[in-house]
Design a protein around this ligand. Structure first.
Ligand code: FE2
Length: 218
């Protein structure tokens, strides 16, 4: 029911969602998760060898080429398959989409990540290796910038009036979302380091296959 209450002048009413913003949450099976996590944590140990432990409030990001590391191929395969399923769901081009960047994130207690998006990519993903109570969420922000022009106070927070959505994650969760979608991470309120791996994906042949005028090039 779109409009509640008795309205003698209404025969019926409906409410519908226009242009929804979609994100995908995938939970890996425990077996796959175990071997992927061991590979990620092993790689991180070697990448951070000799570096001092993170202090309270500090975050560390690896370089952005981890998708080329042998140790992460099992995880990268999951991400590629998830992205292919997303494209199938969206019924968009079946052109190959590839991982363009992959990096690990360590957040010490107290560390946060401000709002940002991932330009020049189509899809982004995050895989959660180690989450903790108080360090197990990500915030997605309303991409419709014009809705911020007037924000009347809400009487009850619902999906229809929220300007951000908090998504809970746990160990083994893989999130996939549009790269344009702004997101942020609250300060780690646990006593442990939160570990995740981020991905960007883009069409391999965007210039060649997708950017040409749709009415031909003669
Ligand atoms: Fe991000």
């Amino acid at each position: 029911m779109a409009i509640s209450g008795k309205h003698s002048w209404i025969e019926n009413s409906d409410v519908f969602s226009l242009f929804p913003t979609l994100a995908w949450k995938i939970q890996l099976r425990a077996e796959g998760q175990e071997s992927i996590d061991a590979s990620v944590l092993g790689l991180l140990d070697s990448l951070r060898q000799g570096q001092p432990a993170l202090k309270t409030g500090e975050a560390w990001q690896s370089g952005h080429g981890l998708h080329r590391r042998e140790e992460l191929q099992e995880l990268c395969d999951c991400v590629r398959r998830a992205a292919a399923s997303v494209l199938q769901f969206l019924k968009t081009s079946d052109e190959t989409i590839e991982i363009t960047g992959c990096w690990a994130n360590l957040y010490a207690p107290g560390a946060a990540h401000p709002m940002h998006s991932h330009p020049n990519n189509y899809l982004s993903a995050v895989y959660y290796v180690r989450t903790w109570p108080g360090a197990d969420s990500i915030n997605f922000h309303d991409p419709r910038s014009q809705t911020g022009v007037i924000r009347p106070p809400v009487t009850e927070l619902t999906a229809a009036n929220a300007d951000q959505v908090v998504v809970r994650v746990r160990n083994g969760t893989l999130l996939v979302f549009p790269s344009y979608l702004c997101h942020s991470v609250d300060a780690n309120a646990s006593g442990e380091t939160r570990t995740s791996v981020s991905f960007n994906l883009m069409y391999s042949a965007f210039t060649e296959a997708l950017s040409k005028p749709m009415w031909g090039d003669d």
